[in-house]
Design a protein around this ligand. Structure first.
Ligand SMILES: [Fe+2]
Ligand SMILES: [Fe+2]
Length: 279
């Protein structure tokens, strides 16, 4: 089995590529092509051009949640890809805010309406449950919060009705599992519901008992040392062989992971191509 993951957008970039806060990963599973997230703005399309990526060949687009750093590039991708299936959770259009940077709360939600994306070729599959994209590829659906130490980010909100802001529960936080002969490859967006909760949930959904590789954002950027250490301990318990974390992982968590996993840790960047060839 061949799984290739090309990072089109990330907070950091390899030589010659554009860095931008956000995430977009092009995943090729034995020729089945999924775009997981679309970055914040211009970097996904810009870097895709440098890498000769042809978006018309995509089989599906998955949006991990309704934050602009994951959905902001969707319109640009659709203009190049033509009509595509877009898999996400129905809550991705809830207005989203961050209390950081601006005291009144800065809007950080999906930038266009469903109708505008549909006019540009998106056909949405919106589901609270796991969606099977291909034989060995499935989305998580809603992830139950079970670990004691993985908490939601208290600086992030959604608007229930105009002016009524509530802490964001991130019901829409989706991840992806690829079933391989050596365990799951889990692809995270921001992991707002906690990377360990997500991986344990995906093991349950797929009937696997361990995770071969994890790729994406872990949202440990504001976590204390204790939470980071607990996460690392549980990654070890899941027997993860490849830890490829970036985006909202943050410098400290990435450094602690690099220390804990050595050569098994990769700090991912825009422009990098990862290849998992699994017997
Ligand atoms: Fe993010
Ligand atoms: Fe996010």
């Amino acid at each position: 089995m061949h799984v290739g993951i090309t990072t089109l957008s990330d907070n950091s970039a390899d030589f010659g590529f554009l860095a931008e806060w956000g995430l977009s990963l092009l995943i090729d599973i034995d020729g089945f092509k999924v775009l997981m997230d679309t970055g914040m703005g211009v970097s996904t399309v810009h870097n895709a051009r440098l890498l000769d990526v042809d978006f018309t060949g995509l089989d599906a687009i998955v949006l991990s949640h309704g934050h602009i750093d994951h959905t902001g590039g969707l319109m640009g991708v659709l203009r190049l890809s033509g009509p595509k299936k877009v898999v996400a959770h129905p809550d991705i259009w809830k207005p989203r805010f961050s209390s950081r940077s601006h005291p009144g709360g800065r809007g950080i939600g999906t930038p266009y309406s469903r109708k505008e994306y549909e006019r540009n070729g998106a056909s949405f599959v919106l589901s609270r449950d796991p969606v099977r994209l291909a034989e060995n590829v499935i989305t998580s659906g809603e992830v139950p919060m079970r670990t004691e130490y993985e908490k939601l980010d208290e600086g992030l909100f959604y608007e229930e009705s105009p002016g009524e802001r509530r802490p964001d529960p991130f019901n829409d936080d989706l991840s992806l599992a690829i079933k391989t002969g050596r365990g799951l490859i889990v692809v995270l967006g921001c992991a707002h519901r906690g990377p360990v909760n997500i991986m344990r949930h995906l093991c349950k959904v797929t009937g696997e008992d361990h995770v071969y590789g994890v790729v994406g954002g872990t949202h440990l950027v504001r976590a204390d040392d204790e939470r980071i250490q607990n996460t690392i301990n549980d990654f070890k318990e899941l027997k993860i062989r490849k830890v490829v974390c970036s985006h909202c992982t943050g410098f400290k968590a990435a450094a602690m992971m690099a220390d804990a996993f050595g050569d098994r840790f990769i700090f991912n960047k825009a422009g990098m191509r990862l290849v998992f060839d699994i017997e």
